[in-house]
Design a protein around this ligand. Structure first.
Ligand code: ATP
Length: 176
């Protein structure tokens, strides 16, 4: 099964002006409204968590736990970056991450953003549960090098260094 990539955000809301407005605005509701609007217009794909199965914790990051899940009945794995109880700062970080993902989504060496899973909180307001990402099945680079370093040729190492430099250069080009 192949999942669509929703790379583009609403054009009118895609400008740097709007991006700054969102990121600098104290009002969290504007960020929430923006995400809800993008989901409604299908610029961001919404993943219903009832279709996640075979859920396995794979790591912990700055936002919260990261899980590997299967989507619907496919053999296809996704990574979920979850948020326990996103406060105002986290919600702004999520919007920042969404904008940032949009800018780098074309790059082969950067994990794809697929969408969002959400629920409703006690105030009947949308609550973002997780970012749904491409699952990297090769583990992290440190682990990979630990296990395989001695078997890598200079060509392999050069290729890896090139891919890393390419990805970092792309991140720098969008101000990260
Ligand atoms: N897409 C993914 N596929 C596979 N494993 C992942 C994926 N994303 C994260 N992980 C695992 O979860 C761990 C935490 O990832 P995460 O990106 O949340 O943390 P981070 O590196 O601290 O970044 P951030 O500061 O953005 O939260 C990683 O070290 C990795 O082992």
């Amino acid at each position: 099964m192949s999942l669509n990539k929703y790379q583009t955000f609403p054009l009118a809301k895609n400008s740097d002006l709007f991006k700054n407005e969102i990121e600098n605005n104290e009002n969290t509701n504007i960020s929430i409204d923006w995400i809800e609007d993008a989901i409604e217009k299908k610029y961001i794909k919404y993943y219903d968590c009832k279709y996640f199965s075979d859920i396995q914790e794979i790591g912990t990051g700055g936002f919260g736990k990261v899980y590997r899940v299967k989507w619907k009945n496919s053999e296809y794995y996704l990574a979920l970056k979850t948020f326990k109880d996103p406060d105002n700062v986290t919600i702004k970080e999520i919007v920042r991450e969404l904008n940032f993902q949009r800018d780098v989504d074309h790059h082969n060496n950067i994990i794809r953003f697929h969408g969002i899973s959400k629920s409703v909180n006690s105030n009947n307001q949308m609550k973002i549960d997780s970012l749904v990402m491409e699952y990297a099945d090769g583990g992290n680079l440190r682990g990979y090098l630990k296990e395989h370093f001695n078997n890598l040729t200079w060509n392999d190492k050069l290729n890896m260094a090139l891919q890393l430099a390419c990805a970092v250069s792309c991140l720098h080009s969008v101000g990260q």
